[in-house]
Design a protein around this ligand. Structure first.
Ligand code: PMT
Length: 400
């Protein structure tokens, strides 16, 4: 998957810079061409001679390579690349990337780069945990960059090791999986539902739920980053999307989401149903605000909404893929398996509210994927972007 790929490897001033040598060696072994761009601080930790010997290319560090006026073009480099990997990425470089502070060759190259960008942070725990670093990482994620960090479950403890750079072999795996799914997802049409639905009681009140849309939007970004054309049917959320491959359809109620999904799915290669759809709506929606009555209780009569997943499952044709979610609080696996069958899904993504950091609103999730052949894969707690990548990689194995 990496054969013939052009990779820019950005190296910054971290003690983990020595691991860049292993990354270059592995990339070259797999047939990739590597161009190293190193920051001035990076050169304090590893010598350009080592890096150019491993990559068989001169290392780029300065805008002007010699005193003869010849210069390195960050624009040409940005166009040459199939991917840019910044490993190790210090807090300083991450901050500059997040804010467009282009005071060295690495950042100018990053700003000119049209290819997907992967960032492997490396710093101590306090720096990593600082809100400014976390906000900068969130900004990079919102630009569609891929942050590669060790999954929580793989760390020695919840805190020890956070901020440590991911191991070179795992970084290579992330790149390989990215290119493998990309070759399959390019130009595929994918419908994604995200967020909650609001079921109106009267003009000022509704029945809703805590879904923020983060998981569904992360999936939309992950699919779009792989070249898929995404129709994102979003319930009422405050999130934004920037990727040109994402066509967003905003809806409010389950009924509207059903209409939009039924219209889009027949043309699609796959559907991913991540929305938390209200199963019931008030039978009657009051035309005017319901006034507080002194009489005491009031009754709301609820009627069932259509099951969007089951309806798409019923019209699914040969070659189409349908993925659902199961949000559970008890008997997780049994409930998820029953939804998988009932809704005619190819696989279901199970998340449980019993797991800390999983489910609604948070930036992380912890999932298991159960497929219709009975195979189960469980993943550690990850960012919702990381979870989305795992789901997209599974989807890619089912698409032709
Ligand atoms: O949005 P976030 O804050 O990031 O939170 C993410 C999430 C918790 C909402 C997400 O990870 C998730 O679990 N989504 C599914 C929530 C849900 O409603 O699960 P369910 O077990 O009730 O539904 C099973 C499946 O049927 C889901 O794919 C759901 O989209 C679908 N469904 C349910 C009811 C209905 N009327 N129509 C449907 O399509």
């Amino acid at each position: 998957m990496l054969k013939g790929k052009h990779i820019i490897l950005g190296i910054t001033g971290s003690i983990a810079a020595y691991k860049a040598a292993y990354i270059i060696r592995a990339l070259v072994k797999k047939g990739a061409e590597v161009q190293v761009v190193i920051t001035p601080a990076g050169k304090e930790f590893i010598t350009p001679i080592t890096l150019s010997a491993l990559s068989s290319k001169p290392v780029i560090s300065e805008f002007f390579s010699n005193r003869d006026g010849s210069w390195s073009s960050h624009v040409d480099l940005g166009l040459w690349a199939d991917a840019m990997l910044i490993a190790p990425a210090t807090a300083s470089t991450i901050g500059k990337m997040a804010n467009g502070i282009a005071d060295n060759m690495l950042i100018t190259t990053y700003l000119s780069c049209k290819a997907p960008v992967f960032v492997a942070p490396a710093m101590d725990l306090d720096m990593f945990a600082h809100p400014s670093t976390q906000q900068n990482l969130d900004r990079l994620r919102s630009f569609g960059n891929h942050i590669i960090e060790p999954a929580e479950g793989e760390l020695a403890s919840h805190l020890v090791g956070k901020g440590r750079m991911e191991e070179p072999d795992k970084i290579i795996t992330v790149l390989e999986e990215f290119f493998a799914s990309r070759s399959i997802l390019e130009k595929k049409k994918i419908v994604i539902t995200a967020g909650p639905t609001y079921e109106k009681i009267d003009p000022v009140r509704f029945i809703g739920n805590y879904s923020s849309g983060k998981m569904g939007f992360a999936l939309a970004e992950a699919c779009a980053a792989q070249g898929a054309e995404v129709t994102l049917i979003a319930g009422p959320v405050s999130l934004t999307t920037t990727h040109p491959n994402i066509h967003r359809v905003d809806v409010e109620s389950a009924e509207e989401m059903y209409e939009a999904a039924m219209a889009a799915y027949p043309e699609a290669d796959a559907g991913i149903l991540c929305a938390a759809v209200a199963d019931y709506r008030p039978e009657v929606q009051a035309g005017e605000k319901i006034k507080r009555e002194s009489k005491g209780d009031i009754m709301l009569h609820l009627v069932p909404n259509k099951d969007i997943a089951a309806s798409l499952g019923a019209i699914k044709r040969e070659g189409q893929v349908l993925v659902g979610f199961a949000l559970e609080t008890n008997n997780e696996a049994t409930n998820a398996e029953s939804k998988l069958k009932r809704k005619n899904l190819d696989f279901i993504v199970l998340n449980s509210l019993r797991d800390a950091g999983a489910g609604f609103r948070c930036d992380t999730n912890k999932i298991s994927i159960i497929d219709n052949k009975g195979e189960v894969a469980s993943y550690p707690l990850k960012s919702k972007q990381g979870v989305a990548t795992d789901i997209v990689n599974k989807l890619a194995t089912l698409l032709k």
